[in-house]
Design a protein around this ligand. Structure first.
Ligand SMILES: Nc1ncnc2c1ncn2[C@@H]1O[C@H](COP(=O)(O)OP(=O)(O)O)[C@@H](O)[C@H]1O
Ligand SMILES: [Mg+2]
Length: 292
């Protein structure tokens, strides 16, 4: 061992190496017309294992999106280090990104939207077509290949966005509240769709959600962040067996207990945050707070 200081923070064998290593990340955003910045993340460290489905949850403004954008290499930390498969993060075909807003190109058909990342990679036409159709099949949209985004429902658009993120076969999939814009029923279908796709084609998924229910249903691990400054508050393991569409996971006592714990913790954080509109309102349930 030539370097005991680095060896300490690394796992014992190469096979156990995490896919994503986040070490002591700090990120400050500058504010217009103010000398004071916003400390979006402070000293965040996290390991994400290969093929794990990990959710980031926590109140608004706790740095979930900032962390996700750093994993993609879109923004850089001020301090600390991120390694994705041993390399500094950079956007590329090994990484897929799905946003809350679908961000489809309206002048391109479904097929052309999904083909886009492969065209950027310079893949030949026949191979692109085969791949696009395979992934449209996977998300149940083969018949809509020649439709335009405006002809599709919200859930269908989100499935196109999912196919586009998967088509280059990334081993890392980053999703920022991908189902937040969908109605409750479509959202539930999409959750099951995602579980099935992930089961077929394992990848690391880092999934940001406001919904603790969704986090428990989908994840192997849940990382709870606290706001101002954004910090890791807790990392929880979800022990429910996969695949979870085979049984009523939500009825399991482990599910109910985890959801309760997460929701109680978020409520406490929000009530303790002077910048939240729900400051000092502990004791209120979600419903009574929303009805005010
Ligand atoms: N580009 C930016 N410029 C200035 N402040 C930002 C920027 N992006 C995020 N922030 C601030 O950083 C904090 C974390 O934001 P974000 O990562 O979007 O939180 P979340 O996704 O958990 O709601 C918030 O206080 C937000 O206002
Ligand atoms: Mg966000």
């Amino acid at each position: 061992m030539s370097s005991p200081s680095t060896a300490q923070s690394l796992p014992a064998s190469a096979s156990e190496e995490p896919a994503i290593t986040i070490r002591n990340i700090t990120k400050m955003f500058k504010r217009h017309k103010s000398h004071e910045g916003i400390l979006a993340l402070r000293d965040v460290s996290l390991d994400i294992g290969k093929n794990k489905f990990v959710s980031l949850v926590g109140p608004s403004g706790c740095g979930k999106t900032t962390l996700l954008r750093m994993l993609n290499g879109l923004i850089r930390p001020d301090e600390g280090e991120i390694l994705v498969n041993g390399q500094p993060p950079a956007p590329g075909p090994h990484m897929g990104f799905v946003f809350q807003s679908f961000r489809l190109l309206p002048w391109r058909t479904v097929h052309e939207n999904v083909a886009y990342p492969l065209q950027l990679n310079g893949m030949d036409k026949a191979e692109i077509h085969e791949r696009v159709m395979r992934y449209l099949d996977m998300v149940g949209l083969r018949k809509f290949a020649e439709s335009y985004p405006t002809e599709l429902s919200g859930g269908m658009k989100q499935r196109v966005a999912l196919a586009r993120a998967l088509v280059a076969e990334p081993d890392i999939l980053l999703m920022d509240e991908p189902f937040a814009a969908l109605d409750a029923q479509t959202r539930e279908f999409m959750q099951f769709e995602l579980m099935k796709i992930w089961h077929q084609r394992k990848a690391v998924v880092v999934f940001v959600t406001h919904s603790v229910d969704e986090a428990v249903l989908l994840s192997d691990e849940i990382v709870m962040l606290r706001p101002r400054p954004g910090q890791v508050s807790e990392v929880l393991t979800v022990d429910l067996p996969h695949p979870r569409w085979d049984y009523d996971a939500r009825a399991r006592p482990e599910f109910v207990e985890l959801r309760r714990h997460l929701w109680e913790s978020i409520k406490e954080m929000v009530a303790a945050d002077p910048q939240s509109e729900f400051f000092n309102r502990e004791g209120k349930t979600e419903r009574s707070a929303a009805e005010d």
